[in-house]
Write a protein that binds this ligand. Structure first.
Ligand code: F6P
Length: 195
């Protein structure tokens, strides 16, 4: 079986402040995670010379991939986090307070709700199609370092989960989700590298 390793970037400064979107650097915890991830990947993919590392175009994923050596790195805009449009940089509390109707609409239908001048989960799922095609075409392992909403969608695709579950799936920070696509089906392992 050929593993696909999915992980969110190390904790970012916006994660610490509870702000969505943005393009900040890693927090202290995030800095520790990127080192642990590099050690894990180098060991797990030791004999996999054709493996590659895919990130988004946002700093926090590129920085997270930084210490991993020996594999080519590819940046995909399609792996960028859901675009929160006018809400980019806000906290959920600020959205609730300043845009209560939007807050409620999203709560009611998180899959279809589209941020003003931004994206919905359905938009994200659609833009991931070329990434999925390319992932399926790969013969070698791929490490995907991306973001919460995007990884929910990718994970759901490979584990065959219904669309409506996607916005609510658990994809915690500092955890590697390994998906093995074998002939007998899909196997999953999770590695939590930090508490
Ligand atoms: O908070 C981190 C984050 O990646 C945000 O940038 C993004 O808007 C959010 O998670 C997506 O998760 P949810 O759809 O649950 O708000």
């Amino acid at each position: 079986p050929r593993p696909i390793l999915l992980t969110r970037h190390g904790e970012s400064q916006d994660n610490v402040r509870g702000r969505i979107g943005g393009d900040t650097e890693l927090s202290e915890h995030g800095e520790i995670y990127k080192q642990k991830l590099a050690k894990f990947v180098e060991k797990r993919l030791e004999s996999e010379r054709a493996a590659s590392i895919w990130t988004s175009t946002l700093q926090r994923t590129i920085l997270t991939a930084g210490p991993i050596v020996g594999f080519p790195k590819i940046q995909w805009r399609a792996l960028d986090e859901i675009n929160a449009g006018v809400c980019d940089g806000m906290t959920y509390e600020q959205i609730k307070k300043n845009m209560p109707d939007d807050y409620e609409s999203r709560k009611k239908d998180k899959l279809r709700y589209r941020y003003p001048r931004g994206e919905s989960y359905l938009d994200v799922i659609q833009r991931l199609e070329p990434v999925i095609i390319e992932l399926e075409r790969q013969r070698a392992p791929v490490v995907v370092i991306s973001h919460q909403a995007v990884l929910r969608a990718l994970y759901a695709y490979f584990t065959d989960r219904p669309l409506k579950e996607i916005p609510h799936m658990e994809v915690p920070l500092h955890t590697i989700i390994e998906i093995d696509l074998g002939v007998t089906g899909v196997q999953e392992k999770r590695y939590k590298l930090m508490d």
